[in-house]
Design a protein. Structure first.
Lengths: 194, 396
């Protein structure tokens, strides 16, 4: 079987941001879920057109924040009152006003970890290679290209029908992207067929 | 996105047949009459209640002034559709100085540092004489009120003139005015809070007090703006102009400044609590003594924890009835916190709510809300020729 045989997805280019937005809405209406759009700048309203749900990142951060709240108070109650009680200017061992700054800082620290690592997790990062880069077209997304890629993992995906559909909704260019890198220079021994 | 000249499908003027300003004026006049009776019955209580309500109303107008200037400095487009509301509120600063005059006649009752026997016997009061003396106090207040009246009136006037001629130079002038204006307003507001409220305990000082007063007022003014917008919605006004995204951002700001308020109020308390220096702790001692501490806990729970939890998510920030409830609650707590700052000096150790507290609140709130709505009805409810209006209308 040819290594070019397994597609990663179909890439389509559109004329302008408005066309891309209409296309995204049409793709979603056609039942596709595994697709993404690529543009040189953020397009307002694209989230709605693609039917993206609000990010779950907030919940991840909330859980980290609550862990920080509990952990911060537990740490201080244990160390200041149970493990090593010290009299400080006549104040009680369980001195909650004084615990607030440390607890606050721990909440912030854990929330920041939550944001950072949660963002990586939700974005499938770190990812060393994306088959999209097998296409030369994708570079236009950082310049003047408005691109949309429907991935082969989508249950509705079929190479011919998806390509045809993208052309119908106004794509100016379509291309099937292979899952594995095509041979760029003939004669290399990489990518031997199993 | 169509950024061409916006066309409006609904009226931009506050309807003339809406009599809400008359209702507020009537309430205000009832408040004034009852308060005048109270003045004869209990003069001392009258001045304390008067200062409470004055500090409450002044904090809202000053908060509005800051809100307007911040929008101009940052050249923000999102807030243009709702900017006429805080503009009209801060325009009322024009006559706020007049309301301060009665306080000058009650200074010996309100401020211990003006009492001759106190000056004669108390070394610390003598030491503070170069700053805390009546002529300088009056001069300072004249400066505060003229700065605020100038800024509030000018920013409003430029905005309504722009409604007529759409001159883009006015937009630039607003920014040129706001940049030094915000600095001036910050200093005058901080010193005004020192003079009006902090100097009541003349031994006590907190460099944080100005920021504390600002943090309260800014949280409260966001709540006031939200209440006005949601009231207009209920009247079927501006429903196509102010959209969900604007309300969401107001909710987010209210959430943010809830945290800011808690941070500032707690920082002031924590430093004094931890250092434990008698002359610093005394202010909190009186305000925690007896059942006054109930109010202190109420502010912690009611002004921080509850709004924080309720506004944390994305959906509640666009839930109109929830926002209305939280906003009214925060405005009520803003008054109560003024009460908590002023009144423990008169009623040591126990809360004792006097009917004058309520009649003076009625008088102040009635008259200023009445004046607000009367002024609001005179011009368009949105700055129709603001260069950023089209962008603001398309916010999402």
């Amino acid at each position: 079987m040819s290594k070019r045989g397994i597609p990663f997805g179909v890439l389509a280019e559109f004329e302008n941001p408005a066309d891309l937005m209409d296309a995204a809405a049409a793709v979603r209406r056609a039942g596709y879920r595994q697709f993404d759009t690529y543009s040189p700048f953020p397009i307002h309203g694209m989230d709605d057109a693609m039917g993206l749900k609000p990010s779950k990142l907030g919940w991840i951060v909330l859980i980290h924040g609550i862990l920080g709240l509990i952990g911060g108070i537990a740490l201080q109650v244990w160390s200041m009152d149970i493990a090593y009680p010290v009299h400080i200017s006549g104040k009680p061992y369980l001195n909650f006003p004084a615990f607030v700054p440390v607890t606050f800082a721990i909440i912030i620290l854990l929330s920041a970890f939550g944001v950072f690592m949660g963002m990586f997790f939700l974005n499938n990062l770190p990812r060393l290679h994306n088959p999209l880069f097998h296409s030369d077209r994708i570079a236009k997304a950082t310049d003047d290209g408005f691109l949309l890629c429907i991935e082969a993992t989508d249950p509705v995906f079929s190479e011919e029908r998806t390509t045809l559909f993208l052309k119908e909704i106004g794509a100016t260019f379509t291309e099937t992207i292979p899952l594995e890198a095509p041979d760029k220079s003939p004669g290399t021994e990489t990518g031997t067929v199993k | 996105m169509d950024h061409s000249k916006p066309a409006f499908s609904e009226p931009l003027e506050f309807p003339k047949e809406n009599r809400i300003s008359v209702a507020f004026f009537a309430a205000g006049i009832i408040g004034i009459v009852l308060s005048l009776i109270g003045y004869v019955v209990n003069t001392e209580q009258f001045f304390y209640s008067y200062l409470t309500s004055f500090a409450f109303i002044a904090s809202l107008m000053l908060g509005a002034l800051f809100f307007v200037m911040i929008q101009h400095i940052t050249r923000s487009s999102w807030s243009v559709v709702l900017r006429r509301i805080p503009e009209t509120i801060s325009m009322q600063l024009l006559w706020l100085g007049l309301l301060f005059v009665p306080i000058l006649f009650g200074m010996e009752i309100l401020y211990e540092w003006t009492r001759p026997e106190r000056i004669a016997t108390d070394a610390l009061t003598q030491h503070k004489q170069p700053y805390l003396n009546i002529p300088f106090f009056v001069i300072r207040n004249i400066i505060y009120f003229s700065v605020w009246a100038f800024l509030g009136y000018r920013l409003y006037k430029n905005s309504v003139v722009m409604d007529q001629n759409g001159d883009p130079a006015l937009d630039r002038r607003q920014r040129i005015l706001s940049a030094p204006g915000i600095l001036l307003a910050a200093f005058t507001m901080a010193f005004a809070s020192f003079d009006w409220l902090m100097s009541m305990d003349s031994h006590w000082f907190s460099t944080m007090f100005g920021v504390y007063y600002f943090s309260m007022s800014f949280q409260a003014i966001l709540a006031v703006i939200l209440v006005v917008i949601l009231y207009l919605f209920r009247q079927g006004l501006l429903t196509d102009i102010i959209n969900r995204a604007h309300i969401h951002d107001m909710g987010a700001l209210l959430f943010g400044f809830t945290v800011f308020y808690a941070y500032i109020a707690f920082s002031q308390f924590l430093l004094i609590y931890y250092a434990n220096i008698p002359e610093e702790t005394l202010w909190f001692y009186y305000r925690f003594e007896g059942n006054w501490i109930i109010l202190a806990y109420l502010f912690l729970i009611g002004r921080f924890v509850i709004p924080f939890v309720l506004l944390l998510g994305r959906k509640p920030k666009t839930n109109y009835s929830l926002l209305m409830g939280i906003s009214l609650w925060i405005i009520a707590l803003q008054f109560l916190e003024m009460y908590w700052i002023v009144m423990p000096i008169l009623h040591k150790g126990a809360i004792s709510l006097h009917w004058l507290d309520l009649t003076l609140l009625l008088a102040f709130a009635g008259i200023s809300a009445g004046l607000f709505f009367r002024q609001f009805a005179r011009h368009s409810m949105v700055p129709i020729k603001d260069p950023l209006l089209a962008e603001s209308l398309h916010k999402h």
